[in-house]
Every structure is written in C-alpha cells, then in structure tokens.
Design a protein around this ligand. Structure first.
Ligand code: PLP
Length: 410
C-alpha cells in the first residue's frame, strides 16, 4: 500500500489533522464526530472569505456591503428551508447543533412556563446539548424532567414517551437518531400523537440528517436541530428549525436579529456554506444511505466473528443509521484501543462501556444496558471508500489481537 496521506482529489477532502501528517494511509471512520468539508461548502466559503471575495458586511447594515451579506443569509435560509420542506421564517442559523438544541429546549421550556407548564419529557439517551440543558432547567429553574429510558437497542419507545407526557408538559425532546448507537426513533409517530397536545416537540436530527430524509412539510415537530459539520458543512454553524407560531423565549439577548429569537451578527459565509452542504447532502442522501450499509455490515460481519465482539444498536436496519457501527469489545481497554487504531491511521471513536466502571462511561450505553470492556464506534460518510473499509477490516482485528496479547502496537 502506498505510504501517503489520503486526499481524494475528486472530492476535495483533506483529512489531515493538526498534528504532523500521519505517515500511514488515513482511514477516517469518525463521520459522527465531524465530516470532511464538501466541495460545495468549500466553494461557498471561498466565495465569501477567499482573498478575492468582497467585504462581508454586517447583514444588519444598510450599506451595500451589509446588503450583500443580508442577501447571502436570506438566500441560504431559503435554500435550507426548501431542502427541509419548511418555510424560510422557520429557519434560524445557529453556531451549531449545541446552540440549536439549547435554544429549542430552554426557549420552548421558558415559553411553556409562561402558561404554567414546567414539566419536560426527555429521552435518557439525548446528546448533552439536550440532556444537560434539561438537567439545568430542573436544577436551577424549578422545572421537573421525566427521563424516558430506551430499550436495549437504544431506541426510545413512543408509548413510554406518551405515558410520561402530562397536562403541564412544556417540551418533549427525543432525538431522531442517537449519536453513539445510531438507533433511530419513530419521531413521526410521536409527532402525530402529540399534535393536539400543547407540549412542544423538539428533535435533535444532528446525526440523522446525512442519511435520513427530513421533510418538515409532513413531520409535525415544533423544533429540530442540525449541525453543518455532520454532513459536509463547516464547523461552527447549524440550524434551528422553529415552527412559526410556536412560542419561544430567546436564550441570548442582544441586537434582536432573526425576529429577536437569535441575537448576534449573522454569519453570512458560514450560513451560505451550511446551505450548500444541506443541498449537497440532500442530493446524495439516498445514494449514500444505500451504499453505507454494505460497508457497515461487512465490517460488522468480520469483527463480530472475533471472540468477545458484539454489535450494538437495533437489529432492524430500518431502525439504525446506515452510517453507524457500534461494537462492544471485551478484553481491551477503550482508550487503548482508539489510541492504537489512531496510531495505525484509523480514526474512530471509542469510550468505555458501563461495565468497565470507568468514570467516562457513556450515559447512552448505561441507559441501554450495553456491556463490554470497550466500545468502538465506526461511523462512515460521504467520503468513505472501499479501500478505507478494507483497511479497517484488516487492521481492527489485528490491533484487538495485539492489545489482548499485551503486545505493543506501533
Ligand atoms: N447533537 C448530537 C446528536 C450530536 O451528535 C452533536 C455533536 O456531536 C451535537 C448535538 C452538537 O453539535 P455541534 O457539534 O454542532 O455543537
């Protein structure tokens, strides 16, 4: 195998990190953490921020530079709205998924409190952006939260959510798909069931968007969060879909941009790049979603033949993200495994499973009762190649064997 850092010219993806370039072929299987920038998003950034670009004014300024930026923001908003089947007024650009989740959970909770509703229903497997926002509302703001446990495969039962909803429920928050196990929830059924309830329904679709369609013309949620860097956009920009007419209290005060819902100078270049990534991801989603399971299944088939390696998450392919493969691995330590994989050029996410008793045990794995000494998440995406999958298929068993034998991995 050639001794190069992979940089596919056809896709414009550079995958070199901050460290000195790896001498090994790089296998990037951590798309759930962040994805390589799509050429469409890069072109949008270049056109706004490149050396030849015109001044990006403040989109709230009335002069020509400001008006140019404003046009970029509004065009981006429209393009995102079209791709999501939403109205442009419902689209608010944020600094990422974390802000979009915080805006939805806190903003909708505070609005509910104004009419006496101070109860939240939140799944126990939410990303910390939702989970910690809800915990903080309970700890510091006199809300109460009912946490709904997932099934053993990580999916959250709709019935259990509905059973937890009360007359004073302000917000229900259930992620479209889980970032660790890739478990997909039936948010559409939940949304239909809650349609006549005053509680606002928020879904974090950050992990789902790359491979699952989002059609807000039909999905009756009140709020939805996206993060551009999870589907080929730049880091630092995301989308909060906030359905018109649903009361929301802003979480930040300032210049009153975006109808006062999200103060702060518009990030024209990032918004344009986010819109470009949303469109590109929407265009190739179906093809990607049909291509990835062959690879995740191939990896799973090879790795689960090893003693003490189990696949986690839903068995039904329709209930799991095409991009995610989550494994429990006995007889190795999580951090040692991801470190050794990294040394070999394989970028993946790990973490200790709950049974290890590690302080870093994942709340998701704990809630789903997933055991094992180590957890390994391999997540694939738009730049994944056959070569990467084949290399991982060879390297991961080799490294597990070496770690189990106590051999050094170099
Ligand atoms: N929600 C989920 C499910 C995520 O996986 C992440 C990021 O890992 C976030 C929210 C936060 O998104 P961001 O990195 O854009 O703040």
């Amino acid at each position: 195998m050639a001794d190069i850092v992979r940089n596919p010219p056809d896709r414009g993806a550079r995958i070199d990190g901050a460290d000195a370039p790896s001498p090994k072929v790089e296998v990037y299987l951590d798309h759930a953490a962040s994805t390589p920038l799509r050429p469409e998003a890069r072109a949008a950034l270049r056109s706004w921020l490149g050396e030849d670009g015109a001044v990006v004014g403040n989109a709230s300024s009335s002069h020509a530079a400001g008006r140019r930026a404003r046009v970029a923001v509004e065009e981006a908003r429209e393009r995102v709205a079209t791709a999501l089947g939403a109205h442009p007024h419902d689209i608010v650009f944020t600094s990422g998924g974390t802000e979009a989740d915080n805006l939805a959970v806190k903003g909708l909770a505070w609005a509910g409190a104004e009419s006496g509703r101070r109860h939240l229903v939140v799944s126990a497997v939410e990303h910390p952006a939702v989970r910690d926002a809800a915990s903080w509302l309970a700890d510091a703001q006199a809300f109460t939260v009912t946490w709904v446990a997932p099934d053993a495969d990580g999916t959250v039962p709709v019935d259990a959510i509905l059973d937890a909803v009360r007359d004073d429920t302000a917000v229900v928050s259930v992620m479209t798909a889980n970032n660790e196990l890739g478990a997909v929830n039936d948010v559409a059924t939940l949304a239909d069931a809650l349609a006549d309830h005053p509680a606002a329904l928020h879904t974090d679709a950050v992990q789902a968007f790359a491979t699952l369609p989002v059609d807000l013309g039909h999905l009756r949620v009140d709020a939805l969060a996206l993060s551009a860097h999870k589907f080929g956009g730049p880091q630092g920009v995301g989308v909060a879909y906030l359905r018109r007419g649903v009361p929301i209290v802003p979480i930040a005060h300032g210049g009153g941009q975006d109808r006062g819902v999200r103060s702060g100078t518009f990030a024209a270049a990032l918004d344009a790049a986010c819109a470009a990534a949303v469109e590109a991801a929407t265009l190739d989603r179906a093809e990607l979603a049909s291509r990835l399971p062959g690879w995740t299944d191939r990896l799973s088939a090879v790795l689960t033949t090893l003693h003490g390696v189990r696949r986690n998450g839903p068995a039904d392919p329709a209930r799991r993200l095409a991009s995610h493969l989550h494994l429990s691995i006995d007889g190795v330590e999580g951090e040692a495994l991801t470190f050794a994989l990294d040394q070999a050029g394989v970028r993946a996410s790990g973490g200790a499973a709950c049974s290890s008793g590690s302080a870093r045990a994942s709340h998701v794995l704990e809630a789903a009762g997933v055991d094992g000494d180590a957890a390994l998440r391999l997540s694939l995406g738009w730049t994944t190649t056959d070569e990467e999958v084949e290399r991982a298929t060879a390297l991961v068993p080799e490294i597990i064997a070496k770690l189990r034998a106590g051999e050094a991995v170099t």
